[in-house]
Design a protein around this ligand. Sequence first.
Ligand code: ZN
Length: 131
Amino acid sequence: MDDLYREVIIEHYKNPGYRGHLDPHNIFFADNNPLCGDHIEITIQINEDETVKDARFDGHGCAISQASADLLMEFIIGKPIEEVKQLNKQDILDMLGIDLGPVRLKCALLSLKVLKAGVYGLGEASDSLVE
Ligand code: ZN
């Protein structure tokens, strides 16, 4: 991993700006990555014009899973829900600024999977959401 990007991930892991829980919230979803033991849950508030008013994540796990969740929450605040629904694997990789092998990719994509299951109002999150 490139040192510069490693610093970005460690900084977001150690000092997340968007860790927390919004109450009340319009969207809540939680899921795990059993391969690594990562857990992510998100709460989102939606404006009347269908944009993201505020977003927070909580959870535990490896640096990549937690840093990608923090970057993702930061990214979606103010964005239209329709745009959030279109986010994919490459968007997360662009936020992290690194390429990841298949195991670490699951860590990086957990927060997006949780987010998309939440905004789509699904009962469960599947990997096909983040391809
Ligand atoms: Zn992980």
